[in-house]
Each structure stands twice: as structure tokens, then as C-alpha cells.
Design a protein around this ligand. Structure first.
Ligand code: SAM
Length: 202
């Protein structure tokens, strides 16, 4: 079922007290897709990882447990502040960094990450080619991306509001990633009946 419009607007850009509440909903309802994406990402103890669009932050604790360093970027200033407060010790220890920024112009240097992940964000990217190019730019040459999303056809079927969510076809994302320089692009589903997918690109 599609989320009500007010919630949908905060999924796109969480703000204030209600945005924080919606962050809790994200963590609850998106948990399975995020866990599957992290499994495919396979972040290890020497990996520097970047996550883009972390929202309620369901991935942050497991990533910080497994990776050497986590940089997390979100366009919402509020979620960045909440994450900085929640993981202050990790930030002070130099193991985590939270930045305000957009996938189309990441505020990050090139080729510094082994792994990148982004879950439930492609519906809000202003440009698939620019987002894909930016992620490719900040990854090392042998870097790996896990990108989780609900394909557009499922969103249409479920009645998601198209003025808030851009419906993305799997093939459009695959093509944007290939154009951006990813040589191998694989589509994963945990089971044949799962509507959402996680694309792994390297
Ligand atoms: C639906 S939430 C998903 C949060 C989390 N990844 C999950 O699966 O529960 C989308 C998040 O991506 C952020 N976001 C949307 N568009 C973005 C963009 N172009 N660049 C960076 N962050 C973006 C939003 O601010 C929001 O926090």
C-alpha cells in the first residue's frame, strides 16, 4: 500500500518532529530491504563505506560495526544532525562522518570509498545519470555499489503519488549505471515474489 501524502513528503525529505517520526517508520518498514542490501554490500573491517540518503539511519549501526569508516550523506539537514548526535562518539573517534549533500553533487573527494549503498532514494534523485556518475566518481576503481529500490511498475500498481516519487524502471537504472562506468550490473531479489530489488554494480 502506498504511504499517505504527508508521510510521502517526509520520505522524500524528512524535516522537524514529524520527519523524525517518519524516520522511525522508515526504519521499521524498510528494514528488510536494507538488511538485504547490506548483506550484498558485504562491508568488511578494512572498508571505507559511503551511504547516500540514510533517512532514519537503520543501516548506520550495522555498517559502523562492520566497516573501518562510514561516511553518510543526506540532503536533509535534520537527519544529518540527528545522526551526528546519535553517533557522536563514533564521529569524535574519526570512524563516522555525516554530511549534508545531494547524490547529484556529492560533497566528497573522488575514489575514496571501497563500498557505497543507497536504499529507497532513486525515486527522489533529480537525475539518474548524474547520481550514478557521482557514485562512480567517489568509489575506487574496484568499488562496489548496492542500490535498493521498489521498481516503478510496482509503485504504479500500489498507487504511489507520482508527483512525489519518480517511478524508476530497473532497466533505466541499469543503463544509467553502465553509462556511468560500472562494468557489471546485477539485479538481486531475496525471493521470486519480492517486489523490490537490490542492484549490485561494480
Ligand atoms: C525514503 S528515505 C530512505 C531512507 C533509508 N535509506 C531507508 O531505506 O529507510 C529517503 C532519504 O533519502 C534522502 N534523499 C532524497 N533524495 C536525495 C538526494 N538527491 N540526495 C541525497 N539524499 C537524498 C532523503 O532526505 C531521505 O532521508
Amino acid at each position: 500500500m502506498a504511504p499517505p501524502r504527508l508521510i510521502a513528503r517526509h520520505l522524500a525529505h524528512p524535516r522537524g518532529v514529524f520527519g523524525r517520526f517518519v524516520g522511525g517508520l522508515m526504519n521499521r518498514y524498510n528494514g528488510r530491504m536494507n538488511r538485504f542490501a547490506l548483506e550484498l554490500l558485504g562491508a568488511g573491517s578494512s572498508d571505507r563505506v559511503v551511504e547516500i540518503g540514510f533517512g532514519g539511519g537503520v543501516t548506520l549501526a550495522p555498517l559502523l560495526e562492520s566497516a573501518a569508516h562510514v561516511t553518510a550523506v543526506d540532503r536533509s539537514r535534520d537527519v544529518v544532525e540527528w545522526a551526528r548526535a546519535r553517533f557522536r562518539t563514533m564521529v569524535d573517534d574519526g570512524r563516522a562522518e555525516f554530511r549534508v549533500g545531494e547524490v547529484e553533487a556529492l560533497p566528497l573527494e573522488s575514489e575514496q570509498f571501497h563500498k557505497a549503498c543507497s536504499v529507497n532514494t532513486v525515486y527522489f534523485w533529480r537525475s539518474l545519470p548524474e547520481g550514478a556518475r557521482e557514485i562512480r566518481r567517489v568509489l575506487r576503481k574496484d568499488g562496489l555499489l548496492a542500490l535498493g529500490f521498489l521498481p516503478g511498475e510496482a509503485m504504479a500498481r500500489l498507487g504511489y503519488p507520482e508527483d512525489i516519487f519518480s517511478f524508476r524502471a530497473v532497466d533505466d537504472i541499469r543503463n544509467a549505471l553502465k553509462q556511468a562506468g560500472f562494468g557489471v550490473v546485477e539485479v538481486h531479489r531475496p525471493g521470486p515474489d519480492t517486489a523490490w530489488v537490490v542492484i549490485v554494480a561494480k
